[in-house]
Design a protein around this ligand. Structure first.
Ligand code: DON
Length: 317
């Protein structure tokens, strides 16, 4: 007789600490694969042999393993939070200035911008994140303080801050971002001073947080927009669904198809080696390991998310 199907969303079926322990052991055996990002000079010094993972549940419970309390540069993971701020500020008008289609191109690609008239494909490629940063700058009196307050409230960690050394390093080496911002400006799709937009963008990318902070920070996307750390309704249930869908289709750039296939969760990566992911209605999570694959996503992060979804059955598919 066939067994009745089991509900993977019933977390009492899983020993999450045991599962994380297994994934941690497996990941550490693969240290040495992948390559730490070095195009931002201050990121090149981060040791590759680090692995941490944290899961944050809507009741505030956190499960973590490995180097989950070591802080790292969150880089493009920040784009989830500026997207949330921009959507809350101007709603669907955002989509007149940035599209929500996968790009199939690398995160720092400029190629589509000209024939798509300065409208970036999605808010997660660098070009789209610059437009989103511009919207945040226009929407709040003190955008930097707004973003820092947002991250501290979401993570429940009042010490979250941005690393000036990393931000300065990006400012010195960000030739592509400078080109991109000026190009978008030529289509009138940036409204603030180009350098001001770039500086805000570098500040958001240089935020330093650990896996526990980030799992808690993204947890509102797993609970219909409600943040467990602060009790605040950050966005509507519909808003959370929409952000998750853009993460699914564009959060890992030209590897979004591979992530859907191999992991099956909305996810957003950063070149610091962090990846946040969401199991809708179940948990927010973050994994960090600095060595990247050729698409710029954490190699062991991708592996760990694959193992988690396969060991628990928790994927959207
Ligand atoms: O602008 C950049 O290139 C970096 N600050 C962020 C890139 C990034 O994290 C892309 N993610 N995989």
């Amino acid at each position: 007789m066939r067994k009745p199907p089991q509900n993977p969303h019933d977390l009492s079926r899983h020993d999450l600490d045991d599962i994380l322990g297994t994934i941690n052991d497996e990941a550490r055996q693969r240290f040495g694969e992948g390559k730490v990002a070095d195009y931002i000079p201050s990121l090149a010094d981060v040791p590759a042999d680090r692995f941490g993972m944290a899961l944050a549940l809507p009741d505030g419970t956190v499960h973590a393993c490995g180097d989950a309390r070591e802080r790292f540069s969150i880089q493009s993971v920040s784009k989830v939070f500026t997207l949330t701020l921009a959507l809350e500020a101007i709603g669907d008008d955002l989509w007149k200035r940035v599209d929500r289609e996968p790009s199939g191109d690398p995160f720092n690609s400029l190629v589509q911008l000209e024939y798509e008239k300065g409208i970036p494909r999605n808010p997660f490629m660098n070009a789209g994140a610059l437009v989103t940063a511009d919207v945040v700058l226009s929407s709040f009196d003190d955008a930097e303080a707004t973003l820092l307050d947002f991250m501290r409230a979401r993570s429940g960690n009042p010490e979250v801050g941005s690393d000036d050394v990393v931000a300065r390093s990006e400012r010195k080496s960000g030739y592509r971002n400078v080109a991109m911002a000026n190009f978008i400006r030529s289509y009138d799709n940036l409204h603030n001073d180009v350098q001001q937009v770039l500086d805000f963008y570098y500040l958001q990318c240089a935020l330093r947080m650990d896996c526990v902070d980030l799992a808690r920070s993204v947890q509102y996307l797993a609970d219909a927009g409600r943040c467990a750390s602060s009790g605040v309704q950050v966005t509507s249930a519909e808003g959370a669904t929409r952000i998750n869908s853009v993460m699914m289709t564009a959060g890992t750039y030209d590897a979004a198809g591979d992530f859907a296939y191999y992991v099956g969760l909305p996810a957003k990566s950063g070149v610091g080696g962090g990846i946040v992911a969401v199991v809708p209605h179940v948990m927010g999570l973050c994994v960090w390991s600095p060595a990247l694959d050729e698409k710029g996503n954490s190699l062991l992060g991708r592996y760990a998310l694959h193992r988690l979804t396969r060991m628990t059955g928790l994927s959207v598919f």
